[in-house]
Structures are given as structure tokens and as C-alpha cells.
Design a protein around this ligand. Structure first.
Ligand code: F6P
Length: 321
């Protein structure tokens, strides 16, 4: 193996830069030329690639986002553009590509493995933590810490003002960020698509707590439900407390990369480069029970992530008798 490239695709996460740094340094240790593909699959189609050096990755380990850019590529859904991308890699003599991305990116990578003889290895990287086959995706820890800081700050004003705050977290269709954030911030309410909820039970609890002296409520609501405004109105009408909605939005994707994500970036990349050197052509590096394993892209791309039952069970007490 002489040349290997890396691309960041889809929603960026904090930890991608740490992964780029490890990629360049580990390739060089293995006498492989590291290459960057700029702006996701768009750059692959348009041949925006560059040889990377130590200088390219100096000082980036702390920074969120990705130095080489990312994109959601509509063109990549069309075969003719994927052919162009494959031809670009061939023309440069690049034999293998590491793909950092989420489910959409992995579907694109799946196609590439079917349509070319090049080698590909995926690293799950999405704050949504919704990739089948892995319990952890790069960037989730940093996102959870950003959310934790935001909720802690909102709690200060909620308690001072005696209000209910409905805090909407990202996650697309998956409630993982909302669930873990609610559990770790002591929220009074947690609404996610994976768990049924009973507003009447919440109401009974909240009215009783108010009677006993509770002055404020923190509700974490997953964006997947598209219900934040409705829940705020429910607080005003049913619990008779002034309420506000805070949509955390894209702050969840950025920020200084946490220690955990810096380390995970290094470990994911090392396993990906090793897998490609060993001759794997279509794998994804998955993290489960404290260890790494390679899984086939066909399995990963065609299955749905399910939040572990044990975590869901912890949240069952919300809004129940
Ligand atoms: O997949 C990551 C994510 O941040 C989701 O949580 C969110 O629904 C979506 O991307 C937002 O996408 P965009 O940045 O394109 O608005």
C-alpha cells in the first residue's frame, strides 16, 4: 500500500481534526503517503485532493470542525458522479480511502465498495450516535459535554426565574443525545422517539412537586419529535408555569474536542489504517464493550441503530407513576 486518503463526509463532529492528525502521522509511520480529500464526496467528484504532511495537521487536535471540510453530496447519489470519483482516486494511484461520517456517508461508501476494486474503511462519526453495529460514534462525547454546559447554564436562570425550560437537542431521528443529556443533567422530563410518554402522568407529578415547593422544570426534548413548542405550551396551560424553548442547534456539533474524543479519534483511525493494510476492502470500525472490531459495510449500512435497553430502562421512570 503506497497511498491512502481520508475524507470527512456529512455533519462534522468535534474529533475529526484529531482523526486527521492521527491519520497523517500513522500513515507516515507505515511508509504510506497520506492524502486529504476536501469537502466530502463533493471533493472526491471534483478531484480536490492533496498530499498531506506533518505541517498540514500541526496544532489542529484541539479544534472542532474539520480542516479539510465536509459536505452532504446530492451528486454522489448518482452513479456517474461516483464513477468520476473512483476514476480520480485511480488517476492519483490512491488505493484506499478512510471515510469519517454518518449513515448517509456510509450508504455512499457502500456503493463505492460495490462499484470499484479500491479499499474503503468507515469510521462512525456523527453526534447523533445512530450507526448500527457500534455503541459509540466519534464526536458524541464532545457534543454531550456542550449540551451539559448549556443545560447547567439554563438551570441557573430557570431556578432564578421559576420557569420551565424546554431544551431541544439534535440527533435527527435518534433520541440518544436527549436521553443521555436528560439522565446526566437531572432533567425533570425526557421526550425521545424511542420511549412512549404519558403527559398526564407528568402533569400529576409536576403539580404535586410544585405544591411541595418546586420552582422550575427542565425538559429535554429530542428534535426528532418536533414537539418543543407544543410541550412549552403544555407547561404553561397544564402545569401553570411560565415556559421558554431553547433550541441548542449547531453549537452541539462544535467546540474544543474532549479528551475522550481525541483518544477515540486516535484509536478509530489506527484500527482503520491497520485494517486497510491487512487487506480489508469494505469494513467499518465499530466500538463495543470497550474494544474495536471490523464489521462489513453491508451489515452496518443496511441496519438500524437501537439504543441499548439498559439506557432506555433508566429513563422509564420519567413521567411514570
Ligand atoms: O447528523 C448531524 C446533525 O447535526 C443532526 O443532528 C441534525 O438533524 C442535522 O445534522 C442538521 O443538519 P444540517 O447541519 O445540514 O442542518
Amino acid at each position: 500500500m503506497k497511498k491512502m486518503a481520508i475524507v470527512c463526509s456529512g455533519g462534522d463532529v468535534s474529533g475529526m481534526n484529531a482523526a486527521l492528525k492521527r491519520f497523517v502521522e500513522y500513515c507516515m509511520r507505515n511508509q504510506i503517503e497520506p492524502w486529504f480529500v476536501y469537502d466530502g464526496y463533493e471533493g472526491l467528484i471534483d478531484n480536490r485532493m492533496e498530499r498531506a504532511t506533518y505541517a498540514s495537521v500541526a496544532g489542529i487536535i484541539t479544534r472542532g470542525g474539520t480542516k479539510i471540510g465536509s459536505a452532504r453530496s446530492k451528486r454522489f447519489m448518482e452513479e456517474r458522479y461516483r464513477k468520476q470519483a473512483i476514476a480520480n482516486l485511480h488517476a492519483r494511484g490512491i488505493e484506499a480511502l478512510v471515510v469519517l461520517g454518518g449513515d448517509g456517508s456510509f450508504r455512499g461508501m457502500h456503493r463505492l465498495t460495490q462499484e470499484s476494486d479500491l479499499a474503503f474503511c468507515g469510521i462512525p462519526a456523527t453526534i447523533d450516535n445512530d450507526i448500527a453495529g457500534t455503541e459509540y460514534c466519534l464526536g458524541v462525547d464532545t457534543a454531550l459535554n456542550v449540551i451539559k454546559d448549556a443545560i447547567d447554564a439554563i438551570r441557573d436562570t430557570a431556578s432564578s426565574f421559576g420557569r420551565a425550560f424546554v431544551i431541544e437537542t439534535m440527533g435527527r431521528e435518534c433520541g440518544y443525545l436527549a436521553l443521555v443529556s436528560a439522565l446526566t443533567s437531572g432533567a425533570e422530563m425526557c421526550l425521545i422517539p424511542e420511549l412512549p410518554y404519558d403527559l398526564d402522568a407528568y402533569k400529576r407529578d409536576f403539580l404535586k412537586e410544585k405544591e411541595e415547593g418546586r420552582r422550575y422544570f427542565i425538559a429535554i426534548v429530542s428534535e426528532a419529535l418536533k414537539k418543543s413548542e407544543t410541550i412549552a405550551k403544555w407547561f404553561e396551560e397544564e402545569v401553570e408555569i411560565e415556559s421558554r424553548v431553547t433550541v441548542l442547534g449547531h453549537i452541539q456539533r462544535g467546540g474544543v474536542t474532549s479528551v475522550h474524543d481525541r483518544l477515540m479519534a486516535s484509536r478509530f483511525v489506527t484500527h482503520a489504517v491497520d485494517a486497510l493494510i491487512a487487506g480489508q476492502k469494505s469494513s467499518v470500525i465499530c466500538y463495543n464493550d470497550g474494544g474495536f472490531e471490523e464489521k462489513g459495510i453491508d451489515d452496518v449500512a443496511s441496519n438500524r441503530y437501537v439504543i441499548p435497553q439498559e439506557l432506555l430502562d433508566l429513563a422509564r421512570e420519567y413521567g411514570s407513576e
